[in-house]
Design a binder for this molecule. Structure first.
Ligand code: ASP
Length: 358
């Protein structure tokens, strides 16, 4: 080979090296910046052995260790973690809900942040996701994720769930869809999703179907949320101090109306009745609820049946009693909306309007 040819080859190699470095830098620069806000739950859980898939301690592993456990995250996003809490989600209080929402709101306003993932226990994940869906004022993806098995278990689901959640939080096509929940390869609306099975990795579903899927680092969308969310609602976490107490009373055969009075004595501003069937109220309990309504408490009829929706003035004359129906919201989601609605109005008609709307 002549010296001239050698020189040309060397120049070419240099140019190629420069190009690949520039491409790498570009890829680096264009990676979405995702913050993982950890709150605990099974996704941060640890068990005594690999066979302990259902008995373990939730909320043990710190966020940095969670992130280090999924090195593939760095291929899809620039990720950093924050530890908000380290609790099992059944221990979430309204105060923690508000604190978390304020922090996520601040992150969503940070120009250095493209998306937020919240790791969360699965027990009350549907309440937090609905709350955030109503109070955040952002188009940026906010994605909640959990796991049904701790990371120490065989076939643990947390790693892939977390990877998928980061993919969704970093996707521009996830913007403007409200709070999302990513579990078991599915992308759900934070409004619709509920935990339906307490022991399998397919624990979460939405009665109106998931919004999409996330598979091998790509999102696939099939529908859009129909109800107003985030920027479109009248609730704003930055203006909110605290939530009024709202309690759920579970309806069964042979129940005692004293459960309602106990809720009122505990300070409830609204009672969500998790009624049988179409939000039915036992005949012998109606007078107690009417009396509590007369004292100023709001009464919201929801259903303990997983699917369907409660119709107004069916089973009970809601117009006459001045009660509200929860429509398709399950009792725990109705509790969230009732509390938020009460921060705006104590007029039952306004509450009903919000229950139809959201
Ligand atoms: N009890 C746990 C929690 O909600 C369950 C879970 O995360 O799967 O924190």
């Amino acid at each position: 080979m002549t010296r001239r040819i050698l020189r040309i080859l060397a120049r070419g190699a240099l140019a190629a090296a420069c190009f690949s470095t520039a491409a790498g830098a570009l890829a680096q620069a264009t990676k979405p910046r995702v913050v993982i806000v950890a709150t605990g739950g099974t996704i941060a859980g640890a068990g005594a052995s690999a066979t302990h898939s259902a008995t373990y301690q939730a909320a043990k592993v710190p966020v940095d260790k969670l992130i280090a456990g999924v090195p593939e995250l760095s291929q899809v996003a620039e990720v950093r973690g924050e530890q908000a809490f380290q609790i099992a989600s059944e221990s979430f209080t309204n105060e923690q809900l508000v604190t978390l929402a304020k922090r996520v709101s601040a992150l969503s306003k940070d120009p250095q942040v493209d998306g937020v993932v919240i790791t969360h226990g699965t027990d009350t994940l549907e309440e937090t996701s609905f709350f955030l869906n109503l109070v955040l004022k952002t188009d940026k993806p906010v994605v909640l994720v959990g796991s049904m098995r701790p990371g120490t278990s065989m076939s643990a689901d947390g790693m892939l769930n977390l990877y998928n959640a980061v993919v969704v939080a970093g996707s521009t096509d996830a913007r403007g869809k409200g709070t999302l929940v990513v579990m078991n390869d599915q992308i759900h609306s934070g409004r619709d999703v509920t935990k339906r099975i307490n022991i399998q990795t397919s624990a979460f579903s939405s009665q109106w179907g998931p919004l999409g899927m996330v598979v091998e680092g790509r999102t696939y969308w099939f529908r859009a949320p129909a109800k107003p969310h985030t920027r479109q609602t009248e609730f704003d976490i930055d203006q909110l101090g605290s939530l009024p107490p709202v309690y759920v009373v579970y309806g069964t055969g042979s129940m005692t109306p004293e459960l309602y009075t106990a809720a009122a004595k505990a300070g409830a501003k609204a009672i969500v009745h998790a009624g049988t069937g179409n939000g039915s109220v036992p005949g012998y309990a109606v007078d107690t609820l009417k009396a509590l309504r007369a004292q100023g408490l709001q009464v919201v009829r929801s259903s303990r049946v997983g699917d369907g929706f409660v119709l107004r003035n069916s089973e009970q004359p809601d117009d006459k009693y001045d009660w509200v129906v929860a429509h398709d919201l399950n009792p725990q989601k109705a509790k969230i909306l009732a509390a938020l609605a009460l921060t705006r109005s104590n007029d039952s008609k306004e509450l009903q309007r919000m229950f139809w709307q959201y």
